[in-house]
Structures are given as C-alpha cells and as structure tokens.
Design a protein around this ligand. Structure first.
Ligand code: PBG
Length: 328
C-alpha cells in the first residue's frame, strides 16, 4: 500500500479490499432455507407451458410439478407455494373447495414428491372465479367481504385435509384470518399454520401473474387491496392479522415496499415474509434479456436487499436457482 500525505484515520475501504474480507464483514446473508418457490399447476394440461411474461417460469402438470418440487428440495429451499388453475370457473369459485380439485391435488402431488418439504397453498378465489375477483360479487358487482369469508373457510379446510403445511390467505378480505383459523381449528387442523398476506398492495407488479393463472379480471382490486401510498395502514393490517392468529405476516410486493417491510419487522413478533412478485421478476428478466443489466448479479442484489430490509423469508420465482447458487 502506498503512503499518504493525509491523516485519514477512518478508512471504510479497508474492509472492502478483497472478496474474503467482504464475505467476513457481510451484514446480510441469504440462505437457501429462507427462500420459497411459488409454482403454478393447471388442471388438464398435457405438457408444461412457459409463461410468456415470466420467462423461465412454467405452468405445471403433475409430472413437471413433482420434478420441480424435487429440484427445489435438492437445492435446499425452505418451502414451495402452490397456485392452482381449474379447468372450469364459476361466479363462486367452487372448484376452490373441491377435494379433488386442482389445488388440493397439487398439494398431494407435492407432498408425494417430497414429504418433508413444507407446502404452502394459496387461499384466494381469483384463480377460480369466472370474473377473476378474489371474492364473490354482490348485486352491485362489488366484492362482498362477508359472503366471501365462509368460502375461504371451506377452501382452507379442503387444503388442510389435502395435507398443506401452511395456508397463505391472499384475498385481503377483512376478518379472513380469524374466520379461517376458527374453521381450521373446528375441523381439527390446529397445526396448520397461516402465512397472512397482511400488507398486500393493489399493485401493477402483479401483471404477469394474471397470465400465469389465466385470470380474466376486468377492472382492478383497489377496493380491497391497499393503496400504494399507505404504510401506516399496512402496519394496521399486520396488527389485525396477528390478533386473529396469523403465524407469519407478509409484505407484498417487495422492492417498492421495503420501507413497509422494515417497519413491519419492528412491530411484528412473528416472522415477516416478503413476496418478490411476478412483475418484479419480469422486470429483471426482461431487462437482462435486453442486455441492459447483468441478470445474476441483479437477482442476488434484489434478494439481498429484501433480506437486509428485514425479511425472514422471501417468496421468489428465483428461489431454486438462487438456492443452488448460494450452495456452491
Ligand atoms: C391472489 C394472488 C395474486 C398474487 C398472489 N396471490 C394476484 C393478485 O392479488 O392480483 C400475485 C403474485 C405475483 O404477482 O407474483 N391469489
């Protein structure tokens, strides 16, 4: 090192000099077990199908789901999260509580492939209703909160019966966590955990998900999902879900809401999850394909940022890939 004419006592660059030193002083570490891989299963699909707006993510058949679940487990991911698309939709979303429906079957198939790997099943009606909303509609065409709750309860018991380790209620109906908890407990499923999508925002970043589950929504979800302008409201939702029995709370999407995540971690005495959603995935994938950014570097940077903001676990379509990279 060269001498200096300056007296600079504090030199932060000393701890950045080599990769080994940087590794030693890293404040944040991603671990494969913190990562949760979402997977889409489509009823009646002949062969897995790539989702155009989410390059690298596929709609699964039974066989391709089971392969993907094996790969996730081999990579050491913490859990898989399942979404189902039924062959038939109706205004109530009744396939959601069919014990032989696509999502209940997907839960069984995942557990058959990897009995030890936790399986989280999405609890929401948007994949199952013909109008694409997360609940049933009233006479005015608005999502009817209280009429939706018993349907979530039925769906939850069906998925618990199929063996789901955990349920992820994502529909943003008021009171949903309490009603689902009571239904599960009443049916004897006191051990089925609830990962509450507490601070879920009405986000444009859910765009590609609609293609992933063939959702036919017209209009938007602003009357039940949160306004992006509000952080205090997100904290209130977390408190409400904790009071109703949530075991884990979530902030979603992740990157535009890291401030909400950091605040949530301070008030929640349970693990806080963050969901890096379909549009966040697409942004990096498509920018990388256009040659604008270094794909792998930006993926790991984004996931590290979410962890640094305080997430205990991250739901991400890069979970298996990132877990493999972390392991080597
Ligand atoms: C609702 C649900 C959605 C997502 C997860 N659960 C769609 C929505 O609320 O509009 C989005 C996930 C993503 O964009 O990756 N079932």
């Amino acid at each position: 090192m060269s001498g200096s004419q300056y007296r600079i006592v504090q030199r932060p660059r000393r701890l950045r000099r080599t990769a080994a030193i940087r590794e030693l002083v890293a404040e944040t570490r991603l671990h494969p077990a913190d990562l949760i891989e979402p997977m889409f299963v489509v009823e009646g699909l002949d062969a897995p199908r790539e989702i155009g707006s989410m390059p690298g993510v596929r709609q699964h058949t039974r066989a391709s789901l089971q392969r993907a679940v094996h790969e996730a487990a081999d990579a050491g991911v913490g859990a898989v999260m399942l979404f189902g698309t039924p062959a038939e939709r109706d205004p109530m979303g009744s396939q959601a509580w069919n014990p032989d429906g696509v999502l209940a079957n997907a839960v069984r198939w995942a557990l058959e492939a990897e009995p030890q790997l936790p399986v989280i099943a999405d609890v929401c009606l948007d994949e199952f209703t013909d109008h694409g909303h997360c609940g049933v509609l009233d006479a005015d065409g608005e999502v009817d909160n209280d009429a939706t709750l018993p349907l979530y309860a039925r769906m939850s018991v069906t998925l618990a019966e199929a063996g789901a380790t955990m349920l992820g209620p994502s529909g943003m109906m008021d009171g949903q966590i309490g009603v689902i908890r009571e239904a599960l407990d009443g049916a004897g499923f006191t051990g089925t955990a609830l990962m509450a999508y507490s601070a879920k925002y009405a986000s444009g970043f859910f765009g590609p998900f609609r293609e992933a589950v063939d959702c036919r929504l017209t209009g938007d979800r602003r009357a039940y999902q949160q306004d992006p302008a509000n952080a205090v409201e997100g904290l209130r939702e977390i408190e409400l879900d904790l009071a109703q029995g949530a075991d884990i709370v979530m902030v979603k999407p992740a990157l535009p809401y890291l401030d909400v995540l950091a605040k949530a971690v301070r008030i929640a005495n349970v693990p806080v999850a963050a969901y890096v959603v379909s549009g966040e995935y697409a942004m990096i994938e498509l920018a990388a394909r256009a040659g604008a950014i270094d794909r792998e570097r930006c993926i790991m940077e984004a996931l590290t940022g979410v962890k640094r903001a305080g997430a205990s676990m991250i739901v991400t379509y890069w979970a298996t890939e990132a877990a493999r990279r972390l392991a080597r």
